[in-house]
Design a protein around this ligand. Sequence first.
Ligand code: SAM
Length: 214
Amino acid sequence: RSANVPLEYLTNRVSFYSREFYIDEGALIPRPETEHLIDEVLGRISADEALTIVEVGVGSGIISILLALHLPNTRFIAVDISPRALAVARRNIERFGLSDRIELREGDLLSSITEKIDFLVSNPPYIAQDAPLESNLSYEPQNALFGGEIGDEMIRALLDEVYARRIPSFACEMGYDQRLKVQEYLKNFAVQSLDFYTDYAAFDRGFVLKAIHE
Ligand SMILES: C[S@@+](CC[C@H](N)C(=O)[O-])C[C@H]1O[C@@H](n2cnc3c(N)ncnc32)[C@H](O)[C@@H]1O
């Protein structure tokens, strides 16, 4: 700890949404603000719906696992570009006995997905490349933190995919200062609804988009 290594990486344990998960340096340490993303998705899907949900950037697996525990009829495909993150996710998915409902795939964004997607979920990297960061963040995978030069590049790439693949709904975490950028970008597209939500500190933290596909 004296070298600022996060406690979670020293104990290989992390708590999220009242559950305990395995964690190591291969994946981002889950943050409490991501619990809001879970609630936003659960508020829009009923437990008896049989959907295909795709998560991009699965990391430790917390989002797909929590959603799978609450949505027993839903199938998940969870993607990450990092084999080390996928190893952490696999371990957690096995621990929760969800290997038959959450399929892991290695790939960039949605490149590994050919299936029809009912709901897209993501907590993508969204920090700008040159943003000054606290030293403890240097222990976390850099491709889990930095979303590009501006920060919102991966969010925009996912929005493009929503319209290219005619995905009905998309829930996404974002940086506290990215709301205007998302609104601005979506002016190019047909939107049924766009709901932003805030985190425990009342900062903007994400959105749920219902798209119109003409
Ligand atoms: C902010 S972390 C989120 C991890 C986990 N879902 C969570 O909420 O704690 C972002 C994840 O996206 C992955 N990632 C980064 N670029 C990607 C890309 N182009 N395609 C797929 N996954 C990517 C990273 O490896 C990382 O695991």
